[in-house]
Write a protein that binds this ligand. Structure first.
Ligand code: DP6
Length: 328
C-alpha cells in the first residue's frame, strides 16, 4: 500500500466479564489462550479508540485516558501487527483510547481497548470486512478481546490444535441479565493478568487440574445459557471463578487478588441467593466483584453491595452489543 494521506478509524467496544474464565496461555503460541471461555458484554461501560496511520512515519504512540502510555505500547503494536502485515502498512500509528468508566476503578479495559483498536485499525486500512482478521488482531492484543467484538453472551472456543472461533451465543435482548460491579479498590492492581496467568501456568500445582476441568465447565455453561437456566449458570460460574482463584493462589509466590471487601461482597451475594434472589458473583484478576442477576432483584443487589464496608462505588446495567465503528 502506498499513500500520502493520514488515514483514521474510530471504534467503540464494551468490556466483558468471563463466567467461564481464560487463565493460562498455550506456551510458545503467541497470545493464544490454553482454554475457551464464556463471557457477558457489559453494555453500561465502553472504551472508544481512535487510530491514525501517518505515512510520514515516526514513532507509534498510545494515549490512554488523556495520558501518554508507554507500558501498553507493545500490546497495542501486537494488536495492530496482523492488520499492518495484511495492508503492508508502514506508517506510524497514533492511538487514542478512552474509557467512559472511572479511571483507576480497576475494571478490565484491555479487552474493550484491544477490540476497539482492532476494529478501528481495520477500518482505517479498509480491512473491516475481514472479520477473521479483526478477530486475530484483537486476540494478538488480548486473549479476552475477541469476546468484546461480540454482544450479549459470547463463547470463545478453541480446539486441541489451537484453532479458535468466537461468536455471540445469545443477543442481549434474548436474556435480559443485569450486571452489578462493586468497586472495592481503585488504583493499579498488584499483578496484571498476563504475568499472573503465566506465573500460575509455570508454578501452580493446580494448573493441570484447572485446565482439565475447563472443557466440561464450558460445555455445561453453554447448555445453561441455551436453556436460560439461571441457577445452573450461577453454580457453574461461581465454581469456575473460585477454581481460577484457587489455582492462582497455588502459584509460587501465591497470587491473591481478593481484599476483605471482595470476600464480604461474595458472602453478601451468597446470602441474597440463599434468600431466593436470582444472583451470583464472579471476580476477575482484581478485587472488584461482579454480580449477575435477573432484573427484578437489581435494586436489591445494588443496595446490598453498596452497604458492604469497603465498597467505594457500585455500577450497574444491561448486557451490551458488539464493537462498532463510530461514524462508519
Ligand atoms: C481473569 O485477556 O487480560 O479476566 O491475553 O494477557 O491480555 P491477556 O490477558 P487478559 O486476561 C483475562 C483474564 C481474566 C479472565 C477472562 O477474562 O477470561
Amino acid at each position: 500500500m502506498s499513500r500520502e494521506d493520514v488515514i483514521q478509524g474510530d471504534a467503540i467496544a464494551h468490556p466483558n466479564v468471563a463466567l467461564v474464565k481464560y487463565w493460562g496461555k498455550r506456551p510458545a503460541r503467541g497470545n493464544l489462550p490454553a482454554m475457551g471461555s464464556l463471557s457477558l458484554s457489559l453494555g453500561f461501560l465502553a472504551t472508544r479508540t481512535t487510530v491514525r496511520f501517518d505515512p510520514a512515519g515516526g514513532q507509534d504512540t498510545l494515549t490512554l485516558n488523556g495520558s501518554r502510555n508507554s507500558r501498553d505500547l507493545k500490546r497495542m503494536q501486537d494488536c495492530l501487527a496482523p492488520l499492518r502485515r495484511r495492508a503492508a502498512e508502514s506508517g506510524s500509528a497514533t492511538v487514542d483510547s478512552r474509557n467512559d468508566f472511572p479511571t483507576g476503578a480497576g475494571l478490565a479495559s484491555s479487552a474493550s481497548g484491544m477490540a476497539a483498536l482492532a476494529l478501528a485499525g481495520a477500518s482505517a486500512l479498509g480491512l473491516v470486512e475481514d472479520l477473521d482478521l479483526v478477530g486475530r488482531s484483537a486476540m494478538a492484543g488480548s486473549g479476552s478481546a475477541p469476546r468484546s467484538l461480540h454482544g450479549g453472551v459470547v463463547l470463545l472456543s478453541i480446539d486441541p490444535e489451537g484453532k479458535w472461533s468466537c461468536a455471540s451465543v445469545l443477543a442481549p435482548e434474548e436474556w435480559p441479565l443485569k450486571v452489578v460491579v462493586a468497586v472495592t479498590q481503585t488504583g493499579p492492581k498488584q499483578t496484571d493478568s498476563r504475568s499472573g496467568m503465566e506465573l500460575t501456568r509455570r508454578t501452580s500445582p493446580f494448573y493441570k487440574a484447572w485446565l482439565e476441568s475447563q472443557k466440561a465447565d464450558l460445555e455445561d455453561a453453554g447448555r445453561a445459557v441455551a436453556q436460560r437456566d439461571f441457577g445452573r449458570l450461577a453454580e457453574l460460574s461461581e465454581g469456575n471463578c473460585l477454581r481460577m482463584h484457587a489455582t492462582a493462589m497455588g502459584a509460587s509466590p501465591p497470587l491473591m487478588y481478593f481484599n476483605g471487601a471482595t470476600i464480604e461482597c461474595m458472602h453478601r451475594v451468597k446470602a441474597l441467593a440463599r434468600d431466593g434472589r436470582s444472583v451470583f458473583f464472579t471476580v476477575d484478576a482484581g478485587p472488584q466483584v461482579k454480580a449477575i442477576c435477573l432484573p427484578d432483584v437489581l435494586d436489591e443487589v445494588c443496595d446490598a453491595l453498596g452497604r458492604v464496608p469497603g465498597v467505594q462505588q457500585v455500577l450497574s446495567g444491561d448486557l451490551g452489543g458488539g464493537a462498532r465503528l463510530v461514524g462508519g
